[in-house]
Design a protein around this ligand. Structure first.
Ligand code: FE2
Ligand code: FE2
Length: 431
């Protein structure tokens, strides 16, 4: 069934690069949908950002040379050959600084000279590879001398509970924890959905190693500043809420994009400017500059999620005016609708292509009160669209099998697991 699905997707979604032989596979599709963030193409085509240290001065800017008290371990001599295995290794690495070095090294290998080459072929790039789910069964490794993670945000100590703790350092410590989680989440997305690497284009995976590379820089800036203020990451107990969202969305790629990128990452768009204001009020302009830079770079991470969510919706035949419903259903299926709560930074969300009626429950409530029957009809229509799509795919598969028609994709179907097919094909099935 897999090769027929790919054939159908490739012919339907004309700008979605799929499969090894597809001519658009190695460079980004442009202007694919009206939901694409205008900066997405530039983000994908930009050289890898080497500014892993925050430079000197009252405020400072990112720089590539080493500066400040942060000392990185030497890169491991032997990392795995494939992107998926490298990302699994990131999850298994407990030392945060060792983790960021592996991410940078991996991003360097898989992004340099890659996606912008017009005549490049898949064979000229290191392989995405695939890892088994059992390699991702545990939560990401964490140093034993760190305080255990708590399951609720209210269990994280408040600044008032930490006598004498530097107020800026407290805020930066919380942010560092978010960034460290974000590294593991992006790497988990690559590794966990690597069995879909014959359905999803290489660009999907390189987008996420670019995101992980960003998050690693963000974590380093936070830790560097923490150390400048006389503190370090791991001093304050933190929560595992972000990981809970990652775990809840582990079965379906569209749910992962909705929960992690379009909801959790979007919270960063809401919170960024507030955090900058608080640091400015504390007269810590250097920390404020770091957080402002991080907040501006988070836009791309939300945009990447939207871009792929829209492409997958389109590939399985969901009409554009139902994408918002599909997003809410994906959140609901993971029990994560509660993440969508105000205050929202509507302009920032709108800028990256996230329509307000997708995420703002205030709009859903009004609509439900006024047109409840219309909502029910739309949900029914979605299910109907999906079922028809599946029937066509299954029916075509039966025809192809009986008539032994070739799709010209050779034996590539063997590398997609049945769970991988389900993750893409049934991603619209109501729970
Ligand atoms: Fe980040
Ligand atoms: Fe992010």
């Amino acid at each position: 069934m897999f090769h027929v699905l790919v054939h159908m997707l490739a012919t339907k979604a004309t700008s979605l690069p799929l499969g090894r032989g597809h001519p658009e596979r190695n460079h980004p599709p442009r202007a694919y949908s009206s939901f694409d963030w205008p900066g997405l193409d530039s983000y994908r085509r930009a050289p890898r950002d080497q500014g892993i240290f925050w430079g000197p001065g009252d405020i400072g800017t990112p720089q590539s040379g080493r500066y400040g008290p942060l000392h990185l371990p030497s890169p491991p001599l032997n990392t795995p050959d494939t992107l998926a295995e490298c990302c699994a290794l990131v999850r298994q690495t407990a030392d945060p600084l060792e983790k960021v070095v592996i991410v940078h090294q991996t991003a360097d290998r898989f992004l340099t000279g890659g996606e912008t080459t017009e005549e490049g072929t898949a064979a000229s790039f290191p392989p995405i590879g695939s890892v088994e789910e059992k390699m991702l069964a545990s939560t990401p490794a964490r140093l034993h001398n760190y305080p255990p993670l708590v399951s609720k945000a209210t269990q994280v100590p408040r600044l008032d509970d930490l006598e004498g703790y530097h107020p800026s350092a407290y805020l930066l410590h919380n942010l560092a924890h978010v960034e460290l989680n974000a590294i593991d989440l992006a790497c988990d997305t690559i590794a966990r959905f690597s069995p879909l690497s014959d359905v999803l284009p290489r660009l999907f995976f390189t987008d996420f190693i670019r995101v992980a590379d960003d998050e690693a820089r963000h974590f380093q800036w936070c830790v560097q500043r923490l150390q400048e203020l006389g503190h370090d990451y791991g001093e304050i107990p933190q929560h595992d809420l972000l990981w809970q969202g990652c775990h809840a969305s582990r079965s379906h790629v569209s749910q992962r994009l909705a929960v992690v990128n379009m909801a959790q990452e979007a919270r960063g768009l809401d919170a960024g400017h507030r955090l900058v204001s608080r640091l400015c009020c504390l007269d810590d302009r250097r920390s404020a500059a770091i957080v402002a830079r991080i907040a501006s770079e988070e836009k791309a991470h939300v945009a990447v999620g939207i871009a792929w969510f829209v492409r997958i919706c389109d590939a399985v035949g969901i009409a554009e005016d139902m994408y918002g419903t599909a997003f809410r259903e994906a959140m609901d299926a993971c029990g994560m609708l509660g993440v969508l709560r105000p205050p929202f930074n509507h302009p920032a969300r709108q800028e990256v292509g996230l329509p307000q009626d997708w995420y703002d429950p205030a709009l859903w409530t009004r609509r439900r009160h006024s047109t409840d029957h219309q909502d029910k009809a739309e949900h029914g229509l979605l299910r109907e669209q999906l079922e028809k799509r599946l029937q066509v795919i299954i029916g075509t598969e039966a025809y192809m099998s009986s008539s032994n028609v070739s799709t010209g994709r050779g034996g590539s179907s063997s590398s997609l697991t049945s769970s991988g097919q389900a993750a893409l094909v049934t991603q619209r099935t109501p729970r």
